[in-house]
Design a protein around this ligand. Structure first.
Ligand code: DAH
Length: 357
């Protein structure tokens, strides 16, 4: 067979191959070990030198031509396959997601994020501490001496003594407040310190404004110069930002906490009409948090000299903040796991308009 006929034959086979598998078959037929062109190349040996030279050149040219024909046919087939997929696999980006988006961000999570954002922008770092605390961190170190009536104010859940520890460390409680984290985060800290801590707290209490588990946010600022004016400024800025009311009135009432001296409770302005509550300038006040200047005994327990260091602290209930901001009437409903409640009070995970940033 001459090369022209062979070329004709293989070319039409290539053109007839309409998928990659049959094209591969053609390649093997032509250029494979036992292929037609390969076979003819093997025959070159039996020719006389002159003939071999011309036939060899012709065959080499044919081989290159066929290889490039196969390559362009392969390209064409791949493009065709892609075009087909593109034509059939249509995706309408304007369709709503299916299944419909489910689940909402819980108001507690939402409020915590808002707190982190606001205090974060003021330069407070975020700290953590354990839910199972020992008597020392929850009480003694915070200036609650054993037998002090202030301990009774917390309806504490006591756990059995931990046999692997001794003394105050063996006496375990579910932390009654996040103030315990003050002591932990000051342990190796170098002032100035500005920290907040958020998390679960526990007290044996249950009614419309109390649940045995709830959340608190604690704040602490320690350095050499911090005074009551800084405390007031920081908390006034915070509530105005959190409630998104620039002229929100505030007042500080004297109070008592063992770990602060002086101690205060902070109120924000509100008005009550027809059983409704509106936050903002009005004729009434709502308590939102406790605060004060850190007691010298607590500064000592931080391992610092109270003649050199001072600072302020504050603590607030996260559910209470969420209830006031988002108009949620009953605290107990936060933890009932009712999806209808969450549908109503929860936040869209994607679009979160009430996010503070
Ligand atoms: N730990 C207090 C409580 O649970 C709240 C509190 C009040 C925290 C005053 C503070 C503070 O840091 O200064 O009722």
């Amino acid at each position: 067979m001459n090369t022209a006929d062979l070329k004709q034959e293989i070319t039409s086979l290539i053109e007839g191959a309409n998928d990659m598998a049959s094209l591969e078959e053609v390649r093997v037929t032509a250029l494979g070990k036992k292929g037609k062109i390969t076979g003819m190349m093997k025959n070159l040996g039996q020719m006389d030198p002159e003939q071999r030279k011309t036939a060899g050149q012709e065959l080499n040219i044919l081989k290159t031509e066929i290889a490039s024909l196969i390559e362009s046919q392969a390209k064409m087939l791949k493009k065709q396959a892609l075009d087909e997929r593109l034509a059939t696999e249509k995706l309408d980006m304007t369709l709503t997601p299916r299944p419909e988006m489910q689940g909402k961000v819980h108001p507690i999570s939402q409020t915590m994020e808002e707190l982190v954002t606001i205090f974060g922008e003021m330069g407070f770092s975020l700290q953590e501490g354990p839910d199972i605390e020992d008597d020392y961190h929850n009480f003694s170190a915070l200036n609650f001496p054993v037998g002090h009536p202030a301990r009774e104010m917390h309806d504490t859940f006591y756990l059995p003594d931990d046999p692997s520890e001794t003394g105050e460390a063996a006496k375990k409680v579910l932390r009654t407040h996040t103030s315990s984290v003050q002591i932990r985060s000051m342990a190796n800290a170098k002032p100035p310190v500005k920290m907040i801590c958020m998390g679960r707290t526990y007290r044996s209490d249950y009614d419309i404004t109390h649940t045995p588990m709830f959340h608190q946010c604690e704040g602490l600022m320690i350095d050499k110069e911090t005074h009551m004016g800084h405390l007031k400024g920081c908390l006034m800025d915070f509530v105005r930002r959190f409630f998104e009311i620039d002229d929100l009135p505030t007042q500080f009432r004297p109070s008592f906490f063992p770990f602060t001296e002086p101690s205060a409770e902070m109120d924000i302005g509100c008005s009550r009409k027809d059983g409704g509550l509106k936050i903002g300038a009005g004729d009434s006040w709502l308590e939102v948090l406790g605060c004060g200047m850190v007691h010298p005994n607590v500064i000592k327990n931080f391992g610092l000299d109270p003649d050199e260091y001072q600072g302020f602290a504050f603590g607030m209930g996260i559910e209470r903040l969420a209830m006031l901001k988002y108009g949620i009437p009953d605290l107990r409903t936060f933890f009932e796991g009712d999806t209808r409640w969450l549908d109503h009070y929860g936040f869209d995970a994607m679009a979160r308009p009430n996010r503070a940033y």
